[in-house]
Design a protein around this ligand. Structure first.
Ligand code: E4P
Length: 212
């Protein structure tokens, strides 16, 4: 299992790096539009702040343009590149074309059938938008479970995205997700529990008299 930062903000990527246990960065056009830097600069800086994958989502919608854009992203990011390609007819065509040369993920999957197509197209990751699926379909965790069943014994791994609480993160893993991507605030929330803080405070109070 790996946990990624879902952000294109350089300072957040720096903080995630300092956490030590965050192993890559996912971006999307909305996240990239929140920075003032040119996309190329942002992607290069993000790649410097992780040893793991940097996910870049294609914005072209025509097949040859998508292939060109994917190759350009690879030139910028290098070996860390994972292309995020939308789950559409043309998107799956692009995955088939690009996956032999660049790691690809299929993004915005809303059905186990699409997960099966992602696998056949050669995607390394199938991305489930858990919270969006809950809002739109009723149960995003059930979607992850169904995708896991379809992808069992394949090399296509599930990346759970659009996660809005630590509980949703844990439930996604229990349902069969291999990886998670979360905003910085959610990563910090995952690592924090009021009871842990309380317990440590109790120990520290009791141990005030001891010396090393
Ligand atoms: C994942 O790769 C996406 O960038 C992200 O998790 C989408 O989440 P949202 O529903 O918060 O936009």
């Amino acid at each position: 299992m790996t946990i990624y930062l879902d952000s294109a903000i350089i300072s957040e990527a720096q903080t995630a790096k300092e956490l030590g246990w965050v192993k890559g960065i996912t971006t999307n056009p909305t996240l990239l539009s929140k920075t003032d830097l040119p996309v190329e600069t942002t992607l290069k800086e993000l790649a410097k702040l992780t040893n793991g994958p940097v996910f870049y989502q294609l914005i072209s919608s025509e097949l040859d343009e998508m292939v060109k854009e994917g190759r350009k992203a690879f030139e910028i990011i290098g070996y860390q590149t994972v292309l995020k390609i939308p789950a559409t007819i043309v998107g799956f065509q692009a995955v088939t074309r690009l996956s032999p040369e660049i790691n690809c993920s299929v993004t915005a999957i809303y059905s186990p059938a699409q997960a099966a197509v992602a696998k056949e197209a050669g995607a390394k990751y199938a991305i489930a938008y858990v919270n969006r699926a809950t809002k739109l379909l009723g149960d995003g965790i059930a979607l992850v479970r169904e995708m896991a069943s379809v992808l069992a014994n394949s090399s296509t791994e599930i990346l759970a995205a659009s996660i809005k609480s630590p509980e949703e993160a844990a439930a996604s893993l229990q349902a069969g997700a291999h990886h998670l991507t979360l905003p910085l605030s959610m990563l910090q929330a995952m690592a924090t529990d009021r009871l842990s803080l309380q317990t440590v405070e109790d120990f520290n109070k009791n141990g005030r008299g001891i010396s090393y």
